[in-house]
Design a protein around this ligand. Structure first.
Ligand code: COA
Ligand code: AMP
Length: 629
């Protein structure tokens, strides 16, 4: 059992195991302190190693003869553009843009916010930060100005990099007015903004603050790689927690590079020169790890796709890209495949394409439901690999190691723990549970390389959100179980985080927005099952006494508020007025129960409930809106 050998070694001798994996990369100074403990008492990897992630991802390959290989294929059906960048070209563009950032005073440790659509310049900006030892924080383009402002205030960037617009199928979305609004809302003001002008929209520039990308690059000297320590941060990526304030997940340079380099072979079975396509967005962790860093660290060619699985122009888009670039591994969210199946149930759009290069399909971002698993498996006849991970870990916690020892898959399971992750199922008191018992999915510390060592600027939040719940464990926030063979089944979040079309969102955050409406006394936002997007948020609102209004109008206003405050990506489209919300005697809304009613699941009435009669009533109201029946 090659898997068991690999896994057991990683758990029994972690330092030895990861020291060996670190050899695959070119360090400026090899680490000697493989696993150490920092001042906060957190296990850290490669603390005394010296390196530069952009050097490992680009210069190293150019220096070792891979300069003419394509690093990035850019394919944009929404602008009818295709381009390829070799490793040499990408390295040069990154060095030039790093020079432009440096000219604006960006130095090691400074933050740079990147608010960009899926264009290669987004990768150039990220890698340029890495080259300077600066810390990038990419914000997904679907977020509204307010969300961007919250992140600007937390990260306090010296410079913000943006583009004039993004394109959503046929809709052109101007980014610059959103950035201007965000800067108006934020207390922290960046020194400069660098704007990449796209032909679809010319952004208006603010005199003295905004710089044109092309002009800034033309005036700058290319910058060299700045050596950083293994534990110096590479980036901060914000992710939804249970409150309105997102958590800034910090990623180290050293552990990140080692874990991703290892995963590209071990999990994805990719060899240098292969083509890998993660059909996601750079604004999410999948985009960071597997559109940009992982493939480049491993000397692959990566595909940057600015389009959707459907409607750009049809449900054959994925298959076209796979044929055109000879993609060997395709990674996306189950929702993308459900969208393709819905639009093209007979798979007519697949027929024209030769997919002989394609060897694997990988899925993550949400649970891979067995019907979608079977549909894709039967359609393509290839291994379909479900793997479970989170922004916090940066790479898969559980999966099926295609490059080590592929296991027989079990639909509904993300297979076995990945080397380095000691996954345990715990009861409410932190006791380890046996096979087939459902509980909290936790990881026994130390976490392997690549996982977050803290939350940006708030170590206490990191400790209390993840580490103090069960002593000695990192708590994932997911519930699930292991079967008799140790296969892990992730069944969903145990907190108020939901997954909509593979996007992680906080219902708590939506509640804060809905509760701001002058007519609303109280509300609960819950994620309910959706056959396309996995889950969709629905608001249940209680009006203030004496308020009378048209419910449809109220719904439209609430939808507009969430869109304005959080963004279109929240997909908040339904709000229902209720007479009361089920609560415990201490006043806590029973959200889990509401979700069970909404999904038509069996539920037991908790003994702590204050008003049991609220349940049939709320079930009736939801039913009249087509929910739960
Ligand atoms: N910039 C601006 N707006 C964006 C955006 C971006 N980068 N991404 C999404 N939006 C907007 C969409 O235009 C849409 O707006 P609308 O309400 O005005 O129509 C809204 O946010 C919801 O978008 P989305 O959830 O993507 O729904 P969709 O109907 O456009 O597409 C899918 C549905 C399934 C095709 C799409 O969600 C998809 O491709 N998902 C793949 C999953 C994925 O990439 N997950 C990442 C983790 S692997
Ligand atoms: P994100 O941080 O945006 O990547 O979202 C992480 C969350 O998505 C996890 O905590 C899970 O709830 C869910 N998730 C991701 N991948 C899977 C998977 N393969 N199976 C089940 N849930 C998943």
């Amino acid at each position: 059992m090659a898997y068991l050998n690999e896994y057991n070694r990683s758990i029994e001798s972690p330092a030895e195991f990861w020291a060996e994996k670190a050899e695959a990369l070119e360090w400026f100074k090899k680490p000697e302190a493989i696993l150490s403990v920092d001042d906060n008492g957190i296990d850290r990897w490669f603390a005394d190693g010296e390196m530069n992630t952009a050097y490992m991802a680009l210069d190293y390959h150019v220096n070792s003869g891979r300069g003419d290989q394509v690093a990035i294929y850019y394919d944009s059906p929404v602008t009818d553009t295709k381009k390829a960048y070799t490793y040499s070209e990408l390295r040069d563009q990154v060095a030039s843009f790093a020079g432009a950032l440096k000219a604006q005073g960006v130095e090691k440790g400074d933050r740079v916010v990147v608010y960009m659509p899926m264009i290669p310049e987004a990768a150039v900006a990220m890698l340029a930060c890495a080259r300077l030892g600066a810390i990038h924080s990419v914000v997904f383009g679907g977020f509204a100005p307010n969300e961007l402002a919250v992140r600007i205030d937390d990260a306090e960037p010296k410079v913000i990099v943006t583009a004039s617009c993004g394109i959503e199928i046929q809709k052109v979305i101007p980014y610059k007015p959103m950035l201007d609004k965000a800067i108006e809302l934020s207390a922290h003001k960046p020194k400069n903004c660098i704007v990449f002008q796209r032909p679809q929209v010319v952004a208006e520039m603010t005199e003295g603050r905004d710089l044109d990308w092309v002009e800034a690059v033309s005036k700058a000297e290319p910058a060299d790689c700045t050596p950083v320590k293994g534990t110096d941060p590479l980036y901060v990526l914000y992710t939804s927690g249970t409150t309105g304030k997102p958590k800034g997940v910090v990623r180290d340079n050293g552990g990140h590079a080692v874990a991703l380099r290892y995963s590209m072979k071990a999990i994805y079975d990719m060899e240098p020169g292969d083509v890998f396509w993660a059909a996601s967005d750079v604004g999410w962790v999948v985009g960071h790890s597997y559109i940009v860093y992982g493939p480049l660290l491993a000397g692959l060619s990566t595909v940057f796709y600015e389009g959707k699985p459907v409607r750009t122009p049809d449900a054959g888009a994925f298959w076209r890209v796979c044929e055109e670039y000879k993609v060997k591994g395709l990674f996306s969210a189950p929702t993308a495949f459900r969208a393709i199946r819905k639009e093209d149930p007979e798979s007519e759009c697949l027929k024209p394409y030769d997919l002989s290069s394609l060897k694997y399909i990988f899925m993550a971002g949400e649970r891979l439901d067995p019907p979608t698993y079977h549909w894709v498996k039967d359609l393509l006849g290839l291994p379909v690999v479900d793997h479970w991970w989170q922004t916090e870990t940066g790479w898969a916690i559980c999966g099926n190691l295609m490059g080590v020892d592929p296991q027989e898959p079990k639909p509904g399971s993300s297979t076995l723990p990945t080397p380095g992750f000691n996954v345990q199922i715990l009861d409410g008191k932190g006791n380890e549970l046996g096979a087939n018992e459902q509980g909290n999915v936790a990881i026994k510390r130390p976490l392997p390389p690549g996982c977050l060592p803290t939350v940006w600027g708030d170590f206490e939040r990191f400790r209390t959100s993840y580490l103090t719940i069960f002593d000695g464990y990192y708590v994932s926030g997911d519930g699930g179980y292991k079967d008799d063979d140790g296969y892990v089944f992730i069944m969903g979040r145990t907190d108020d985080v939901i997954n909509v079309a593979g996007h992680r969102l906080s219902t708590g955050e939506m509640e804060e927005v809905v509760a701001d409406h002058p007519a609303v006394a109280e509300c609960a936002v819950i994620g309910i099952a959706d056959s396309l997007k996995g889950q969709n948020p629905v608001g249940l609102v209680l009006l203030k006494d004496g308020v009378e209004l048209d419910e449809k109008e109220l719904e439209a206003e609430l939808v507009a508020m969430v869109r304005k405050e959080i963004g279109a990506v929240a997909c908040f489209r339904q709000a229902i007025v209720v007479n009361r919300l089920p609560k415990t005697r201490s006043g806590k809304i029973l959200r889990k129960l509401l979700r069970q009613i909404a999904d038509g699941e069996e539920y037991s009435v908790p003994s702590t409930i204050d008003d049991p009669a609220s349940l049939p009533e709320i079930s009736e109201i939801m039913g009249s809106h087509g929910i739960g029946k």
